[in-house]
Design a protein around this ligand. Structure first.
Ligand code: PLP
Length: 406
């Protein structure tokens, strides 16, 4: 991308942005540029209103009757159906439940009887929770768990086992060609469990088109559902009846209120539900998803790609080290820089109103959430990074204090 000549040219890009009006759906502070939507999306008016309504009307006045009258009982399914529209799945294939960690566990154990090679693969650069789960499943099942090094993915795809894989890498934003992966996996009988955490809401996912069969992803990042929001789980309809969750709670039973002693799952992905759903969190998710109504996911991907292109072009012109793919087609929704003194730089940025996040040892990630990030935000943050480095503003003892969450 050609870097705009000046600030006015950048503002012209924002003025021409077809998604610009979506920014007003969110609570954003005037003096903060929030580039952390890939970690925890900001709150929306709709989410806050939905939680308030849930507390002040449905719980306070409706009491237990709200399980019926306010749709609480079916909420996890209803919201799963909404998410299915964002990932190109059938509504009955998606449900909201538990965390990504728990869903990886459930999906992998349920998928194991369906594969010929009883073995699990996971990338050595994969998000840690995915690796921990893979190791634990292998221990419990007495099978082996193999780490995949970058460039050796074919070994996992040809194995005929289970491969846990992020569609977009959490560290460098590397985006996988899901169709190629699924085609290779289908040939060998491998089942891929996709981790869609860094892809959902920012990449034009199409589970049906790429032939994806199993997936989970979180809702607190680009979907903006709030801290600790539950994740979603996807099972292709052709596999549903063959998959049995290892955590068969009563909410996944076909007739939970008949209180039968023997488990009989539903015929859709809600068979992976375990216990009572977190209604307050689901309410926030419902509000958050309303911000995506009428938005074409391809437009989100396109804008995020352009924001990323600007970020990459500016970083390159400043001689900074970019660890994310340089072309939008190979990148997810964030751009990562590898910098000396990255932690201190991220704290100095924070002091100047730019919230980014740091991943040890040297990565700063810029989340390019297309519903509310502007081109001018990218312009400003890159100039700030450059100045902080050039003027050694990071070299201040207060920027060395490590917070628990970075
Ligand atoms: C790629 C990826 N997978 C899994 C997780 C963790 O998900 P959860 O906390 O819902 O288990 C994260 C959290 O940031 C993540 O980025």
């Amino acid at each position: 991308m050609e870097i705009p000549k000046n600030r006015d040219a950048v503002l012209a890009l924002d003025a021409a942005d077809p998604l610009a009006d979506k920014r007003s759906l969110f609570h954003l502070q005037e003096d903060v540029v929030y580039l952390v939507g890939h970690s925890l999306g900001p709150s929306s008016m709709a989410s806050i209103d939905a939680v308030r309504r849930c507390l002040e009307e449905d719980w306070k006045n409706g009491l237990v009757g709200s399980w019926n009258s306010a749709g609480w009982f079916d909420m996890a399914k209803t919201l799963g159906a909404k998410i299915s529209g964002l990932i190109g799945a059938h509504p009955k294939e998606v449900m909201v439940t538990d965390t990504v960690s728990t869903n990886i566990f459930k999906l992998a154990i349920a998928a194991l009887p369906l594969v010929n090679a009883k073995v699990i693969y996971v990338d050595e650069t994969e998000f840690p929770t995915d690796q921990y789960m893979a190791d634990s499943i292998a221990r419990i099942k007495g099978i082996s768990c193999n780490r995949v090094t970058t460039g050796d993915e074919k070994r996992a795809l040809n194995s005929g086992g289970i491969y846990i894989k992020s569609a977009v890498g959490f560290r460098n934003s590397n985006r996988v060609n899901m169709k190629d992966y699924e085609e290779a996996a289908a040939k060998s009988g491998t089942l891929i469990i996709w981790d869609l955490s860094h892809a959902t809401g920012v990449v034009a996912l199409d589970m049906q088109a790429v032939g994806a069969r199993l997936a989970t992803g979180c809702t607190y990042k680009y979907l903006n559902a709030g801290p600790g929001a539950p994740s979603f789980l996807y099972v292709h309809k052709s596999l549903l009846s063959d998959m049995t969750t290892p955590l068969p709670g009563w909410m996944g039973h076909a007739r939970p209120f008949s209180f039968e002693p023997i488990y009989a799952p539903t015929d859709n992905s809600s068979r992976f539900a375990s216990g009572t759903p977190p209604i307050l969190s689901l309410s926030a998710l419902g509000g958050a998803l309303s911000c995506f109504e009428g938005v074409d996911i391809h437009d989100l991907e396109e804008k995020s790609g352009k924001l990323g292109d600007l970020c990459v072009a500016m970083a390159e012109s400043m001689g900074l080290c970019i660890s994310s793919p340089k072309t939008a087609a190979h990148r997810g929704g964030h751009v990562s820089l590898e910098l000396e003194n990255a932690y201190a730089i991220s704290r100095a940025l924070h002091d100047q109103g730019f919230q980014t996040d740091f991943r040890t040892p040297s990565t700063i990630r810029f989340g390019l959430s297309p519903l509310y990030i502007r081109y001018i935000d990218i312009w400003n943050v890159l100039q700030a990074v450059n100045k902080i480095i050039k003027e050694k503003q990071w070299d201040n003892p207060k920027y060395l204090k490590r917070y628990k969450v970075t």
